[in-house]
Ligand binder design. Structure first.
Ligand SMILES: Cc1ncc(COP(=O)(O)O)c(C=O)c1O
Length: 476
């Protein structure tokens, strides 16, 4: 073993000077020194013993011995199924005189394939059409924005969005029924506030689901009640047993399982809402992206009295735009408008009108057609690569319909999805573990966003996943 070795897996230089001590003692000292100096920070995943042993040219016993010693001293934590990590900072592991916050973080490995779910490919933003539309808004007298936008949004924008919802989502509404928001989360905050003020105590949510909306509803005083999602979508029988009067769901494309609420479940959900005078909050976040057929229409199009509809441009244009819409049932329009008004927050009137102009001249539809094709190709490439990889036959198949910007990929039983995601991050692949979105435990899976995946990287991504799982198998 050379005196100085760079461990390429962690990108950390471990110094092992030959001072006459046994190798495992020198390795123990070297890792401890790296922790105390702040080069290895709390939570950092150490390489599997087999990998580090190969890198150092020593036996696995040496590395296991060093890890065990450091774990006994409280510097490392070894959790069943999730590898060995640097323990949270304690006085014992801190360099004297150095406050915890000043410890330099290790440089994270560069992201080679960004498969974090959530964002669209923002490099696809329709910059030229948007700039033309903005210029038009700023110069054409009949489109000029009011100095202060009304709380419900600028009329011209509401007219074009109402028209779009009727045409594309099967939700025929008038401009007056549409309220403009800063996106789904803002719409959720407004809806939760109004429902809580009218006596709602709990909100049933799909489990798994997007936790951001749960946080927003909790902040408005609603208690979250998880309801399982299965192959047909939200389990309506389980919903009935919760005794809640409000449910949040994404019927067109559940996040993150990718399920479409079946026709039978749609009927059952609407029947529940009518019988119980309950309210459904419909998160229609990515329905524009269906690749195998026309998307199912919005649930709100079938029952205007029991569905609060939320839409957004976060997936179609840019999450930073903060522009969305809320269509409440007629009975709730006034209180929702008052809540919007009193929140003193709303999207920029310039953005509202620019978006309306984009729809008006057909550029939004053109943009959707173009991005739909790009995302379909990326999804097909990823699904194909995962399906075809011979070492991934114990996993998958990819979950969900051909739609949206992410898929869920089941892992073999007993694997910890957080660990798999962390090991993939070390290989430059960013994905989300399913457990990030669950309230109750579910079989392990990865949630992979393909909106930014170059199709030629798909096979490499599948290879890296297969290698990671094989390495974990050896280490078990
Ligand atoms: C399930 C789900 N709903 C809605 C949204 C959009 O939220 P917003 O419009 O607040 O950006 C997202 C974005 O990631 C999402 O994942």
């Amino acid at each position: 073993v050379a005196t100085n070795r760079t461990n390429y897996v962690t990108g950390l230089l471990l110094e092992l000077p030959d001072d006459g001590r046994a190798l495992h003692s020198r390795l123990t000292s070297a890792i401890k020194a790296a922790i105390v100096a702040g080069r290895l920070t709390s939570g950092h995943l150490l390489p599997p013993s087999r990998v580090l042993a190969a890198d150092l040219g020593c036996s696995r016993w040496v590395v296991n011995e060093a890890y065990a010693q450091l774990a006994a001293e409280g510097h490392l934590q070894t959790l069943q199924g999730s590898g060995t990590r640097v323990a949270p900072v304690t006085a014992a592991t801190r360099e004297p005189g150095r406050p915890a916050s000043s410890r330099p973080a290790l440089v994270a490995p560069p992201v080679v394939a960004d498969l974090r779910p959530g964002a669209p490919d923002v490099t696809n933003f329709p910059t030229a059409p948007w700039t033309r539309a903005l210029q038009h808004v700023l110069t054409a007298a009949d489109w000029s924005p009011p100095v202060f936008a009304p709380p419900q949004g600028v009329l011209r924008a509401r007219q074009l969005i109402a028209d779009y919802l009727g045409r594309v989502r099967g939700l025929p509404v008038e401009a007056d029924e549409v309220l403009l928001t800063c996106g789904t989360s803002h719409g959720m905050a407004v809806a939760a506030r109004v429902l809580a003020a009218r006596g709602a105590l709990r909100l049933a949510v799909e489990d798994p689901g997007w936790p951001r909306l749960h946080q927003v509803a909790s902040a408005a005083g609603l208690r979250i009640e998880p309801v399982a999602v299965d192959t047909e979508g939200l389990n309506v029988d389980a919903l009935r047993r919760t005794d809640t009067q409000v449910v949040l769901c994404a019927p067109a494309h559940q996040f993150p399982t990718g399920t479409v609420l079946s026709a039978a479940r749609r009927r059952a959900l609407l029947a529940w809402a009518t019988e119980c005078s309950a309210m459904i909050i419909e998160d229609d976040y990515d329905a524009e992206f269906r690749y195998d057929r026309r998307p199912v229409g919005a649930l709100a199009g079938l029952d205007r009295d029991h569905v609060i509809y939320l839409g957004s441009t976060s997936k179609t244009l840019h999450p930073g735009l903060r522009l969305g819409w809320l269509v409440p049932p007629p009975e709730l329009r006034r209180p929702m408008l008052d809540a919007l008004d009193s929140s003193a927050a709303g999207p920029s009137s310039l953005d509202q009108l620019t978006f309306a102009r984009l729809i008006d001249v057909g550029d939004y539809d053109r943009h959707l057609r173009r991005t739909r094709t790009a995302y379909r190709i990326r999804r097909d490439a990823l699904v194909d690569a995962l399906d075809r990889h011979p070492a991934l036959h114990d996993c998958g198949p990819a979950h969900g319909v051909a739609a949206g910007l992410q898929l869920m990929f089941p892992l073999p039983h007993g694997r910890d999805d957080h660990t798999v995601a962390a090991l993939l991050a070390d290989r430059g692949i960013a994905v989300a573990p399913l457990s990030r979105y669950t309230v109750r435990p579910r079989p392990p899976a990865l949630v992979m966003g393909y909106s930014r995946l170059t199709p030629t990287r798909a096979a490499w991504t599948a290879d890296q996943l297969a290698t990671t799982l094989a390495d974990m198998e050896v280490d078990r």
